[in-house]
Write a protein that binds this ligand. Structure first.
Ligand code: FES
Length: 234
């Protein structure tokens, strides 16, 4: 779907500026999905705006009439700006309805994109542990925060794991969780891989390619959320 959105408010999340975007509910990206967005007034030619120069935008909180975008926000975005949006794109997280012990793991990253799962997890009365280096402000009191050093124990405890990591950190993650240690991801586990996705699957540019045990896949179209085991054992 393509439609307009509007920046209604600028807020700080995790110490970084971002936007509350009002848009058609059908455009709101589910946790882990993304939109391609560019603001009115861009100098780029219309043919390029819808693909190469658009920004990938994830949600950190879903609202009735839009969503709170996860930082970073393009510096040119201002309050009141009209955005051209395309999406929602890609595959997001699927939190099983019977998950009662949920681990959100921000691997060397901000946990902000994972927080979009919180409302659903708390609604189904799951216990939630957030593993990250620096916890965000205003985290609900019932969320337990653990440091990265507790990763193994948390993975062993959880019956659903959601990870956020950049593509470059996959070798380190494989070393920690993969192969010989596959037992620690015995339950449902998914990973959001963040990498540039300039064409959003329109041009098959290949910039977002990821090696998996099923061969090379594209984050923009086959992800950006993948089954964690498919990536650990590639
Ligand atoms: S961003 Fe172009 S193929 Fe994925």
């Amino acid at each position: 779907m393509q439609a307009e959105g509007i920046i209604k408010e600028l807020v700080l999340l995790d110490g970084k500026p971002t936007a509350r975007i009002q848009c058609d509910p059908a455009l709101i990206p589910a946790p882990g999905q993304y939109l391609l967005a560019y603001a009115d007034g861009s100098d780029s030619p219309p043919a390029l705006r819808s693909s190469v120069l658009a920004d990938s935008v994830f949600s950190s909180k879903i609202l009735i009439d839009g969503f709170l975008a996860a930082p970073p926000m393009p510096i040119s975005w201002m309050i009141g700006a009209h955005l051209h949006l395309r999406g929602p794109l890609g595959h997001g997280f699927i939190l099983p309805s019977n998950a009662h012990r949920v681990a959100l793991i921000a691997f060397n990253e901000s946990p902000i994109r994972l927080l979009a799962l919180l409302d659903t997890a708390l609604k189904q009365e799951a216990s939630v542990v957030l593993v990250c280096q620096t916890p965000p402000d205003d985290l609900p009191l019932q969320i337990e925060v653990q440091p990265t050093s507790a990763l193994m124990d948390v993975c062993d405890w959880a019956d659903y794991i959601a990870v956020d990591a950049v593509r470059e950190s996959l070798p380190e993650l494989r070393k920690m969780l993969g192969r010989g240690n596959l037992f620690i991801v015995k339950n449902e586990a998914q990973i959001l891989i963040r990498t540039p996705m300039p064409c959003g699957a329109l041009a098959e540019c290949g910039v977002c390619a990821i090696e998996t045990r099923h061969g090379q896949l594209l984050a923009c179209k086959d992800g950006p959320v993948f089954d964690l085991k498919d990536l650990l054992s590639s």
